[in-house]
Design a binder for this molecule. Structure first.
Ligand SMILES: [Zn+2]
Length: 320
């Protein structure tokens, strides 16, 4: 071994040690220097509800694991996320196929000091429905629960109540504040619910058409609507087949449906193609399923309530 090689090896070892110390200490300082109560949440709706319940309480650090602008179905926790979950005082997730990492992660971490809430346990879940328009790989849907629980106002309210109770459990000193903040937010949910209900009451058609995935079955059922879609809620496919597009196009033409929908984080290309092909003033519009929030909307502080409110105009046009 020549002298240069020895120097190189020593250098590499030194760099590794320094990197190790840096990584360890940055994680360590974050945990040690931060005496705040750690609340960690996987998905947007629960994050938004917790943000409202926590309000201006500076003793709470709220972490939104998925982060804005990302597809919840392709999320996998990073090493930093695992540390955050491990050190959480409260960890909130949904689970199911959508967050299929959750079971594995919770089994592998020591979460004895963490209050863990699977928020889906606090609402009436339903099985995934067979959706008109969707080409299924198997003869039928597999009967798993539909994870998109947040899309109906009744579930949103149940979620707020459960998350408020969880916050009171981990920080009873601020119980009154949490009660008041939750009550305030529920009132806002009830207002947007009434506004949507009014549009639904005045509708001239029942069917919403999604040229996209359709993660809003709870919403559809709650308001007694019907739906035709290119994909089920949890599909990760990007492009519908020519058959599916033809089916949707035909449906829209035949029933004179004025709006073809696509969900947030989608560029609406397929919906626009169909609307253009159908003509007759048919338009493609984006509906907020709140599966996640775009980076812009997140930076603008948009909430479950403000995004649902944005849906009012879309629904008014779509149900005419
Ligand atoms: Zn989904």
């Amino acid at each position: 071994m020549n002298f240069k090689k020895v120097i190189l090896i020593i250098l590499v070892i030194l760099i590794l040690i320094i990197a190790g110390i840096f990584l360890f200490s940055s994680g360590y300082t974050k945990i040690q220097n931060n005496n705040k109560i750690q609340v960690v949440v996987s998905n947007f709706a629960s994050y938004d509800f917790l943000r409202a319940i926590i309000g201006d309480n500076e003793n709470i650090e709220l972490t939104f694991l998925l982060g804005p602008g990302k597809d919840v179905h392709s999320y996998d926790p990073t090493a930093g996320d695992l540390i955050a979950i491990q050190n959480a005082d409260l960890f909130v997730y949904i689970g199911g196929k959508m967050e299929n990492w959750s079971e594995k992660v919770l089994n592998s971490l020591d979460t004895t000091k963490t209050k863990i809430i699977c928020i889906a346990d606090y609402v009436d879940t339903m099985e995934e429905q067979e959706i008109d328009g969707v080409e299924y790989e198997h003869d039928h849907v597999d009967g798993a629960f539909d994870e998109h629980i947040w899309t109906s106002p009744i579930n949103a309210i149940l979620m707020v109540n459960s998350l408020r109770n969880a916050m009171i459990e981990i920080d009873s000193e601020n119980a009154e504040k949490y009660e008041a903040n939750a009550k305030n937010y529920i009132e806002k949910i009830e207002i947007v619910d009434m506004q949507i209900q009014k549009i639904v009451d005045n509708r001239v058609r029942n069917t919403l058409v999604f040229a996209d995935k359709m993660p809003m079955q709870y919403f559809i059922d709650y308001y007694g609507l019907q739906v035709t879609a290119a994909f089920s809620g949890c599909s990760t496919e990007a492009e519908p087949s020519a058959n599916t597009i033809a089916y949707l196009e035909n449906k829209v033409k035949q029933e004179g449906i004025p709006v073809v929908l696509y969900v947030e984080l989608n560029n609406g290309r397929v919906a626009n193609t169909i609307a253009k092909e159908v003509g007759n003033g048919c338009e493609a519009l984006q509906i907020q399923s709140l599966h996640n929030v775009s980076l812009d909307d997140f930076n603008n502080g948009e909430t479950w309530v403000s995004l649902m409110t944005r849906n009012l105009d879309v629904l008014r046009k779509a149900l005419q």
